[in-house]
Design a protein around this ligand. Sequence first.
Ligand SMILES: Cc1ncc(COP(=O)(O)O)c(C=O)c1O
Length: 432
Amino acid sequence: MPEREDGAQDFETRQIHAGAIVDAQTRSRVTPIYQTAGYVFSDFDDGEDRFAGRSAFRAYSRNENPTNAVAGQRLANLEGGVDGIVVSSGQAAIAATLFALAQAGDHILATRSLYEGTREMFRGALRRQGLDVEYVADDADEAEWASRVTPRTKAIYTETIPNPLGQVVDLERLAGIAHRAGVPLVVDSTVATPYLCRPIEWGADIVIHSTSKWLAGHGAVIGGAVIDGGRFDWRANAERFPHLVEPPRAGAESYVDRFGAAAFLGYLRTVTVLEYGPTVPPTSTFLLLHGVETLSVRMDRHVDTSLAVAEWLTEQPAVAAVAYPGLSDSVFYERAQKYLPRGAGAVVSIDLAGGREAARRFIDALELISPMTHIGDVRTLAIHLGSTIHAKLTEEERLDAGITPGLVRLSIGLESLRDIRADLERGLRAAG
Ligand SMILES: Cc1ncc(COP(=O)(O)O)c(C=O)c1O
C-alpha cells in the first residue's frame, strides 16, 4: 500500500511541481520562457472572449504570461493561498497590493519595524498619492490598535521577520486585530519564505514577497509576488471595499462574483497590474522557478549557518549586540519558535562596539563577504545600514528605528561556515 493516499504532496515536492504545465506541443519538461508580448486570437470571437475574461487563454503579457503564471501558481500553492501573481519587484508587489486595496484619502496601519525601502515608499510615493500610513507598535494592546482604525482604514501591514532587526511579529494576534477591525492583514514574508513560515496559516489574508531574495536565491534577478489567502470576507466589509463587491459598471459582474475566493487577486491581476504594468520579464521568472525548486534545501542550510554564525558573533568582543531571533536569549526567541520552527531566517545584524568607524574598518577588511545592498543570495553579503539604506534619515530617526551607528546587516549565504567565520574574524579584527 502506498505510504500516501490523501493525494497531498509535501512542500519539497510542491516547490518543484506545483503549477507546472507540460507544453502541449513540445512536451518540454522544464517550464519554457514564453518570451512573447501577446497571443494570437483564433478568430474574432476568441479575441472578444479573451478580453472579456471568458477564455482560459491569455491576451497580453503585461498581466498574463504563461511562464509568470506558473510561478504565481507555485508560490500560491507553497503559501497555501488561492491565487498568486509575480510582478517586477518586491516594491512593485507592495505598491500594487496597496493600490488594489486603497485609494486617495485612505489609511493603512502598519507595524513600525519594516524594511526601510517600504517605509520610504510609505512616506514618499504613497503619501503623495494621498495614502496615509500610520505606524503602531506591533505589541500595542488591542484597544490601542482599535482606536487607530477609521472607516478609511483599508489594511494592517506587517513583515514576518522585519528586515534588518528580526523583531518577529505575532501574526496570529495581528490577524485577529485586523479581522475584528474589518480589514485584511497584509504580510511581507520575504525574509521568512514559505518554507519557514506560511502567514496564511496564522490568519494573514495577503502575502507579499520580494522574490529577488531567497525565493530566486542566487542574486541574479529582481521580482516580486502577491498571494491571496482567499479567506477575507470582502462582502461583509463591502462599505470599505466597494470596488471588489459592487459591479464595476452596469451589467458587469463584481470581482467577488467573478473570482470568488480569489476576488482580490482577480482585481489585482485584471485591473491594478493591467493598468499600472509592473510586469516581470519571463526570463527573470525562469530563474525564479529554478530557485524555488531548491528552496527547502537552501533554507535549511541558510538557517543552520546563520544560527551558528549568530552564536559565534555573540562571543566576539568587538560585537556589542547581535540581532537574530533564533538566538535563545533573543526577546523574540519564543515567537520565533512558534512561527519559525524550522529556523529564523538568514539575516543576522550586528552592532559593532566601535560604532561607525569600526563598521568602516570591518566592511573594508572583508575579502569573501560582499559589501553590497541585497539579502537572500547564495553569497554572504554585508552592509553598514546608517550610511546606506538608512542614510536619508536623521540620526534621531535612525536611533528610533534601532539603527545604531555600528549596525551592520549580514545576509548569510551558502559558503562553508568555516570560510564565512574566517572572513568575519578578519573584519572584526580590523574593527578592533
Ligand atoms: C522585506 C523586503 N521587502 C521588500 C523588498 C523590496 O524588494 P525588491 O528589492 O525586490 O523591490 C525588500 C528588499 O530588500 C525587502 O527586504
